[in-house]
Design a protein around this ligand. Structure first.
Ligand code: NI
Length: 137
């Protein structure tokens, strides 16, 4: 059976600060640049959730994109949108909210709700030019 990938785009705005508390502000700035600003700053995150699998013979779908839309809203947008990731999102209390780590948290939150026979890939844009992807490996 051919495998097809379906994609759903989503978006959230969130604030963060990248830092290690045991480092000085100078060292944090040297490593994390503007993203280490002690007063936080925001990004407009663009997310693409991709599911790869065989087409269901009855529906013609790999997965119902309306269900995926609702899942992304409940699990990701409601949890992250207009939040300070460091302060308000439990997963980042001790984890630097880099695009890399955010993509893994998103993957883990969605994976448990999706059929095991579908491959999941997260693509997360922190800026128009900087983006990461994670497929669970
Ligand atoms: Ni930043």
């Amino acid at each position: 059976m051919p495998k097809v990938t379906v994609h759903r785009k989503a978006h959230f705005n969130a604030a963060h600060r990248l830092f290690r508390k045991e480092w000085s502000d100078e060292k944090n700035y040297a490593v994390f640049g503007k993203c280490s600003n002690p007063n936080y700053h925001g990004h407009n995150y663009n997310l693409t959730v991709s599911l790869t699998g065989e087409i269901n013979k009855e529906t013609g779908f790999v997965y119902d994109l309306g269900i995926l839309r609702d899942l992304i809203k409940t699990e990701i947008e409601d949890a992250f949108d207009h939040k300070n990731l460091n302060i308000e999102v439990t997963e980042f209390k001790e984890l630097n909210p880099t695009a890399e780590n955010i993509s893994i948290v998103i993957y883990d939150k969605l994976r448990q709700h999706l059929p095991i026979d579908l491959d999941l890939k997260i693509t997360l844009y922190e800026t128009a030019r900087n983006f990461v992807s994670y497929s669970g490996e």
